[in-house]
Structure formats: C-alpha cells, structure tokens
Design a binder for this molecule. Structure first.
Ligand SMILES: Cc1cc2nc3c(=O)[nH]c(=O)nc-3n(C[C@H](O)[C@H](O)[C@H](O)COP(=O)(O)OP(=O)(O)OC[C@H]3O[C@@H](n4cnc5c(N)ncnc54)[C@H](O)[C@@H]3O)c2cc1C
Length: 412
C-alpha cells in the first residue's frame, strides 16, 4: 500500500467481509446504518442470491429470537419478513415414552411472542433486498486465495480474475470449516456428534396454534416449528436429529414410510402428518474457534462457532455477536481510534464472551442430558420437566435465555 507520492496509501476498503451468508450481510447492514461512511465490500463464492444450493437458501427454517426480531426491525429487514413469520406462542418440551412435559409460554416471559419462525429463503431474500437498497458492494463468484498482513491493513488476492485489494479489517464469515480462517492458522476445536439433522417441511393434520415442539427421543432430539399455512394446509418445519447411519437410512425412505416413522417418534399432538416436502440432511458438529480476533481480523458466525441446532441458537447468537462488533467498531471510529486494532477487537470479544459461553453450555448440555437412557437420568430429567411445568420462575428464566438478551447499550 505505497502511494505514488511516497506516503502510505489508504486501503481500498475499511473492511472486507468474506461470506455473504446471513451473518456477513447482517453485519454490513448494521454498519451501513451507523452513518460513519464505512467503505465495505462483501466477497462471496457463489454466483447469485437465488442459488438454490447455497446453505442460506435451502429448505431450512430459522427460529428467530425476539432479540433477533428487534435487530431486524432496526435494520429494515423485519418489515418485509413479518408476513412470512410465524409467532412462537409456546414451546412444548417432552420426552418420548415418559410423562414429563413442560410448556414455556410467551405469557411466562411477559412478551407477545417467544420468537418467530421464518423460512430461510424468505430471510435471504429480505437481506439481499436491503443489501441492494443500501448499495453495499458485493464481489460475487469470488474466493479469497491469499491474505497477507501489512502495517496498514490486510492484502487480499482472489482465486478468480478479480484484482487484489486491501482493507483495514478482514471479517471472516464464510461459514463452518472456514478455509480462510484455516489458511491463517486459526485453530478450531471440533466435536463431531456422529449425528445428522434431517430437515423438511411437513403438513399437519391439526393447526399448530403457534406451538413449537421440542421432543427428546432415544434417537436424539426432534423439533417441529410452526410455519405459516400453505394454501390452507397447516405446516411445520421439522428438524429431526438421528445418529448418522440411521439418518442416512431415513433419508432413503419413501414419503409414506418417512411420515409413518415420524408419526411413531413424534406422536399425534399435531394430528396425522399428511405431507413431506424436500428433505435435506446436515451432519452435526460443534465447532469453536478460541481465538476469534487478531489485529485486523475477526471471525463471525459459523466461522467462529457452529452449534448443535437443538435449541435454535446458532444464528441468533451470531447476530448478537455482529451487533456487538458493529457497536464496538462504530464507537472506536467516533472516538478517533483504530477500529481494526487488537485493543478494539478484544473489547468486542470480551463483551460477547459470556453470551457465547452461556449458549454453548446450553446447546452442549441439552442433547447430552436427553440422550442417555439410563433409568436414573430418565427419572431426573422427567422430574425436572414436571417441576418446570409448575414453576413459573424456572420457565421464565429458560424463556429469557432462549430469547437471547441484547445488551442495553448496543447501537443497532
Ligand atoms: C439444521 C439446522 C437448523 C438450524 N436452525 C437454527 C435456528 O432455528 N435458529 C438459529 O439461530 N440458528 C439455526 N441454525 C444455525 C444457522 O443456520 C447458522 O448459524 C447460520 O446459517 C450461520 O450463518 P453464516 O452466515 O455464519 O454461515 P453460512 O450461512 O454458511 O454462510 C457462509 C457464506 O460464505 C460463503 N463462502 C464460503 N466460503 C467462501 C470463500 N472462501 N470465499 C467467499 N465466500 C465463501 C458461502 O457461499 C456462504 O454464502 C441451524 C443450523 C442447522 C444446520
């Protein structure tokens, strides 16, 4: 970065975000809203938003916490998303074959809704729309091939024809198993759960009435999330966790056999399952990068932490991370500090550390607690579910954990 006149030249961008997933785009929108004239470029490997093979444009749905909904409201994303969203009025937790159940309601938490469920393709469409309205630069069909650190910033080269460029800060948000992070020596602790989550939309025999079901079975946890009706047909988004080999076999079943197996595991709380849409299967890992920031580099989203989907927290946590990072950067810029310095980035990491640890503990603990079938554990957790069903303060605590508190002093 040497200018013709001799002095150091300004980097091309303030920041380059690698990955136009839900997290990378959200961070760019948060910064655009701040009014600090951030010069932002997003680099994305895929060709277009509507690429049906993209991980953010598949059959999945996402349970958005009420905090996420508030952030999206601020970003102008919620306004177009609302009509596609189903409110979560109640979370019904049960243990297959045992009596313990608990219901956590919006009333317990003193809120209108515990959260909302949206199909990922609607969410991606609204994020892409805001991206183009805010005129944020996106370089598509482009993969970073090398990153070098210089005194004034980060230099990036690309595998494709795109010209090399420089930025003060590099945000790595290119999803789980990030190649960009690995190439820079970031180490990821990975736990392979030897499980896969089968995802599909299913037609229900009865209206779901805003209830999300979390059911623990000997095979693993299953979730049924309320979706908006399709041509009058009540629908839900299924996330069905099974041991990897069993999941592979379940994926091969005919629709009729799949629905029969589902009915057997889930029961009849939503009537007879009558339809199943496209199925997809995701291998489940928990991955955590301990070193999420370095001077001029920060990791976000699945690149920083991939969670078991049991509690629907991965994206919600990543969005709070992004909000915290954007706030920290904005304040540094307003105060004339170098927003890409390790001092500032470390401030962000410290601010989010407790939130990340709490959510990780929840998503690690829940499947472990409900998977072993030893009689002592079964009795213990059924007592816990029954207790929770009658103890409003316990339910309220759980509800607030799931909703994901936003620190009051974030500027989003
Ligand atoms: C079955 C399942 C259910 C889930 N349900 C929920 C839920 O209900 N609630 C919740 O909060 N979370 C949920 N999650 C988690 C959530 O999906 C993730 O947290 C979220 O998708 C992470 O988004 P991301 O932007 O970090 O990564 P991604 O969505 O993976 O995006 C990464 C982007 O980077 C691009 N990319 C990759 N490599 C490169 C490269 N080298 N150069 C440029 N671009 C690149 C990719 O093309 C992609 O567009 C669920 C996950 C699963 C598996």
């Amino acid at each position: 970065m040497q200018a013709v006149g001799g002095g150091p030249r300004q980097p091309d961008y303030d920041l380059v975000i690698v990955g136009a997933g839900m997290v990378g785009i959200s961070l760019a929108l948060m910064l655009a809203r701040q009014g600090h004239n951030w010069r932002v470029l997003i680099v994305e490997a895929r060709a277009a938003d509507g690429d049906a093979s993209a991980p953010n444009f598949d059959a999945r749905s996402t349970a958005l916490s009420s905090t996420t909904q508030q952030i999206f409201q601020q970003l102008g994303v919620w306004q177009g998303l609302q009509r596609h969203a189903s409110a979560l009025d109640c979370i019904h937790v049960s243990d297959r074959g045992y009596p313990g159940i608990t219901r956590i309601t919006a009333a317990d938490a003193g809120v209108d809704a515990l959260g909302y469920v949206v199909e990922n393709h609607h969410l991606s469409a609204q994020l892409a729309r805001q991206l183009s309205e805010k005129k944020i630069d996106v370089q598509r069909s482009s993969r970073v091939s090398s990153v070098t650190l210089g005194p004034e910033g980060v230099h990036l080269s690309f595998a494709e024809e795109a010209l090399p460029l420089s930025a003060k800060l590099l945000i790595i948000a290119d999803g789980a198993n990030s190649k960009t992070a690995a190439s820079l020596g970031f180490e990821t602790a990975v736990k392979d759960h030897q499980q896969a989550a089968i995802v599909a939309n299913v037609g229900l025999g009865k209206a779901h009435n805003g209830v999300a079901y979390e059911r623990f079975t000997a095979l693993g946890p299953m979730a049924l999330l309320p979706l908006s009706a399709y041509r009058g047909q009540p629908r839900a988004a299924l996330v069905w966790t099974q041991p990897s080999e069993r999941a592979a076999a379940t994926m091969q079943l005919s629709d009729a056999d799949f629905l029969a197996a589902l009915q057997d595991q889930f029961g009849y709380r939503t009537g007879l399952f009558c339809h199943v849409g496209a199925r997809a299967s995701y291998p489940l890992i928990t991955a955590l990068v301990a070193e999420q920031v370095r001077s001029r580099i920060a990791l976000l989203g699945n690149a920083a932490h991939s969670l078991h989907p049991v509690a629907g927290q991965g994206f919600n946590l990543a969005l709070r991370d992004a909000a915290s990072l954007a706030t920290t950067m904005g304040r540094a810029r307003a105060g004339g500090q170098d927003f890409s310095s390790i001092r500032v980035l470390e401030r962000y990491r410290l601010a989010q550390s407790a939130d990340q640890q709490q959510v990780l503990a929840l998503t690690r603990g829940l499947p472990a607690m409900f998977t072993p079938r030893s009689s002592g554990l079964i009795a213990g957790r059924n007592v816990a579910l029954m207790l929770m069903n009658v103890a409003a303060p316990l339910r309220r605590r759980f509800a607030h954990l799931g909703m994901g508190h936003l620190q009051a002093d974030l500027d989003v």
